[in-house]
Design a binder for this molecule. Structure first.
Ligand code: HEM
Length: 400
């Protein structure tokens, strides 16, 4: 029995219309049913937090934990894909995050600016002279994956494999690879095993080599955690930024006056990316949190073992926090959006994602100032699955 009188029956909320435009539904929930009990697309039932203020509290609530196996009565085989900071609680969380944090500080990321610009220019050069392009396939996808591969020390030529494996994992049972998911997981692990052996023999200055040294020391990282951290970085490194680029282009094309403003004032790029993260961010839901015990949370009784998920896309349009939340305004000076989460699990890759987004959009506008959607906005296909929010492809006309 739910302790909420408004429990949804089945998963009817998650229709195709909802995926295409969830914002009116979220507005209704924030108003009448802000802590919404429902069955999520992955089949699990739990609470969806839709209001900004509740979400901030949830992100900081120590009784909402990430590692489900810590809740007595639930014994769960922990897959290597969850042996990382995103699915850990203190003190393990701090140790795991600390090992990679130093490679992602804003200062170190800033030092990558030149290389990110170079990769961007190379990708755009390939598209020179074309009249039509596939923005996702030919630009938004390769850019972040080449960057994360270089940071990690894995060959970017294998990016199509990473794409298959991570799409399979992220889209899960609603995705097009649902039947092959197990095999893809095995292939991913097998590939990394080979990679780790190679880097163990001939370490470089890359992040994986550094992590292997920590693992060999024995007290900072287990072998399972090595797999867990690397798979998380590969998946997080390209399931998200690709949609930041895609969603920003869509928002700009839908708001020609904002696009014009950005063309005339390229220095607005920073606030444009922040506004895009708020207006139509690339991550729709937080990952799951679990109630460690029974407790009252802002008027709702959470029972031990229940799942809680924050609807980031909803919190970022909450009128209690943002003025005119449904308007896209790239001149806003400050935006306390939750697109990167908050609290101890706040996105580790945020400085990198922001920099990639800024370079990508600025360069794209410079090369293709007259870009136009090649299809009707309503014909774009939004990706299934629970976490990412983005379209499969954006066909563009880029005649100069
Ligand atoms: C965590 C969003 C890009 C690595 C998170 C979380 C969000 C998020 C919302 C917190 C999830 C939760 O608390 O349940 C995004 C967005 C991105 C992006 C919107 C792009 C625009 C990246 C990139 C990387 C990355 C490029 C790595 C290269 C991580 C890691 C965590 C994380 C490692 C876990 C942090 C922890 O648990 O301490 N991200 N992310 N992300 N993200 Fe990102």
């Amino acid at each position: 029995m739910s302790s909420n009188p408004h429990e949804s029956k089945g998963s009817s909320l998650f229709t195709k219309e909802f995926t295409t435009n969830p914002f009116p539904t979220y507005a209704g929930l924030r108003e009448t049913n802000p802590m919404y009990r429902c069955v999520f697309p992955d089949g699990q039932s739990g609470w969806m937090v839709t209001r900004y203020e509740d979400a901030v509290k949830a992100f900081k609530e120590a009784r909402l934990i990430k590692d489900r196996s810590m809740i007595a009565g639930i014994s769960e085989h922990q897959s290597v894909f969850t042996q990382n900071m995103l699915f850990s609680d203190p003190p393990d969380h701090k140790r795991l995050r600390g090992l990679v944090q130093k490679s992602f500080t804003p200062r170190l990321v800033e030092e990558m600016r030149g290389r990110i610009q170079e990769i961007t220019d190379e990708l755009l050069k390939e598209l020179k002279g074309r009249e039509h392009i596939h923005l996702i396939d030919e630009f938004a996808f390769p850019l972040p994956i080449i960057v994360i591969c270089e940071i990690l020390g894995v060959p970017a030529e294998d990016r199509d494999k990473f794409r298959l494996w991570s799409t399979s994992l992220i889209e899960g049972r609603n995705g097009e690879y649902a039947n092959d998911m197990q095999q893809h997981m095995k292939d991913f692990i097998h590939y990394l095993k080979f990679m780790f052996e190679k880097l163990r023999d001939t370490p470089g200055s890359d992040l994986i080599s550094q992590l292997i040294v920590s693992e060999e020391d024995g007290d900072t990282l287990t072998e399972g955690e090595l797999y867990g951290v690397v798979t998380l970085l590969i998946i997080a490194g390209h399931e998200t930024t690709v949609n930041l680029i895609g969603n920003t282009v869509l928002a700009l094309l839908e708001h020609p006056e904002q696009l014009e403003l950005l063309r005339n004032q390229p220095e607005l790029i920073h606030s444009a990316i922040e506004e895009s993260l708020r207006y139509n961010g690339p991550v729709e839901f937080s990952t799951s949190r679990w109630a460690r015990e029974d407790f009252d949370f802002r008027g709702t009784r959470f029972k031990k073992g229940e799942m809680i998920i924050v609807a980031l896309s909803s919190t970022n349009r909450d009128s209690m926090e943002f003025d005119h939340p449904n308007e896209f305004d790239i001149t806003k000076e400050k935006s306390p959006h939750l697109a990167f989460g908050k609290g101890i699990h706040m996105c580790l890759g945020a400085p990198l994602a922001r920099l990639e987004g800024e370079i990508a959009i600025r360069s794209l506008l410079k090369h293709f100032p007259l870009m136009k959607l090649d299809v009707d906005r309503n014909d774009l296909e939004w990706r299934p699955g629970m976490i990412v929010r983005g379209v499969k492809e954006i066909p563009l006309s880029v005649r100069e």
